[in-house]
Design a protein around this ligand. Structure first.
Ligand code: COA
Length: 391
């Protein structure tokens, strides 16, 4: 974790104060003996909150460590467990300051914040500026028009990776769509990706430790997948680009899947030390046959749109340039069909499978809960989050 790079770190830490919980109100400063006064120190803490640009994990850890050293002195906390990534990284950073005097730590904190404030002002035009944050601020977009609830994965700068919050928001959107007056629900993605699947930092950024995150993850996942199994109206995916992980496996629960010819379908579970979810261990062998499903789910073979169509996972493939117009024209026509007839027909098609799907979902979630705590999985996730940033 301490090796987490600048670029990766931004997605681990949505906010300095939130992740490292800097206890601003708990300051008990003695009389300043060095250049940095108590007022300077407090001003610096306020400046941190106003930084336009997230400085990354390394810097945040340094700030945390200097703050603790300046207020509490040398690290006096018990060492957190090895899988408690965030607290372990914080402990390491604080301990590394050894017996640095409080006054020096305070001075270093003020100097560091001052250097960050000036660089933040000059670099807000960079690749990851304010526009990007605004664009990603809503993980999903939900609209209702022409009888269609459209649910859009909307984190293009993270390839539409799905956060815990997005899981919750999607469940809510499906719940609303199942009872409102729209006729069908359609999923798609903003930008070049449909979705890169589960946000791999969901676990590393959890503050309560890995085990708690895995337990919570399994509960959320089970509920999330059940909301797709239970959705009573036609469920359609417009796969505008590459799809990874759970955004692929869920497709086995959809009623129609329209894909751009630029879309790909990839489930790198073994590479990540994980196992299939969203009932794909049952639906994929049924859809493609066990031999093809094994290549996809066990070996992580990435399917092109045409291959996914040939395997029966995709309904129809469209040229990227005409996908939007052709598919949405068609969907708007379908949405004018008698809603009750479609609903009843879907019920007939799916009802014999429902109990089986609930059971498969439950078993997959229990399996994954254990997988998330396995060394194979933890190593794979850590190696993803500590990849070198692109220049
Ligand atoms: N979880 C968290 N962050 C993700 C992500 C995911 N599933 N997929 C992409 N991102 C982030 C990257 O970390 C990167 O963030 P940064 O700009 O802060 O560094 C940003 O999205 C863009 O991704 P990047 O890797 O730079 O783009 P790419 O075109 O080179 O590669 C992917 C795109 C999707 C192939 C690659 O990001 C990837 O392999 N992601 C993991 C996919 C995955 O394993 N999902 C879970 C399956 S179970």
């Amino acid at each position: 974790m301490a090796a987490v790079t600048w670029n990766r770190a931004r997605c681990l830490c949505p906010s300095l104060l939130q992740v490292f919980r800097l206890p601003v109100a708990k300051l008990h400063l003695g009389r300043p003996t060095m250049r940095a006064s108590q007022q300077d120190f407090e001003n610096a803490m306020n400046q941190v909150k106003l930084l336009k640009k997230d400085p990354g994990n390394e810097v945040k850890l340094r700030l945390y460590a200097l703050y603790k050293q300046a207020t509490d002195g040398p690290c006096n906390m018990p060492k957190p467990g090895v899988f408690d990534f965030v607290n372990k990284a914080k402990w390491d950073a604080w301990s590394a300051l050894g017996s640095l005097p409080k006054e020096t730590a305070r001075q270093n904190y003020v100097d560091l914040v001052s250097s960050l404030s000036s660089s933040s002002e000059t670099s807000s035009q960079g690749k990851h500026g304010a526009d990007e944050k605004a664009q990603d601020s809503k993980g999903i977009l939900v609209t209702s028009e022409d009888g269609i609830t459209k649910i859009t994965f909307n984190r293009p700068t993270k390839k539409n990776a799905i956060t815990f919050q997005m899981y919750q928001d999607i469940m809510l959107a499906l719940k609303n769509a199942s009872t409102d007056n729209t006729v069908m629900a359609v999923f798609t993605g903003t930008g070049d990706y449909y979705s890169s699947g589960n946000d791999l930092t969901n676990f590393t950024s959890a503050t309560g430790g890995m085990e708690e995150a895995a337990n919570k993850g399994a509960v959320v996942l089970r509920e999330f997948v059940n909301s797709f199994i239970d959705f009573p109206k036609p469920l359609v995916a417009v796969v505008n680009g590459p799809a990874v992980g759970i955004s692929v496996t869920l497709l086995g629960l959809f009623d129609a899947v329209y894909a751009s010819d630029k879309a790909t379908f990839h489930t790198p579970f073994s590479q990540l030390g994980q196992s299939p979810e969203a009932c794909s261990s049952y639906t994929f062998p049924k859809i493609m046959g066990p031999a093809k499903a094994a290549e996809v789910l066990l070996f992580g073979k990435k399917l092109t749109a045409r291959e996914a169509w040939a395997q029966g996972l995709v309904t129809e493939v469209f040229p990227e340039s005409t996908l939007e117009t052709e598919v949405w024209t068609r969907l708007k026509t379908y949405a004018k069909l008698p809603p009750n007839a479609m609903r009843i027909s879907k019920e007939l098609i799916r009802k014999n499978e429902k109990e089986k799907l609930y059971a498969v979902n439950a078993e997959e979630c229990t399996t994954l809960q254990a997988r998330w705590l396995s060394e194979e999985c933890i190593n794979a996730i850590m190696s993803f989050v500590s990849r070198k940033p692109k220049l």
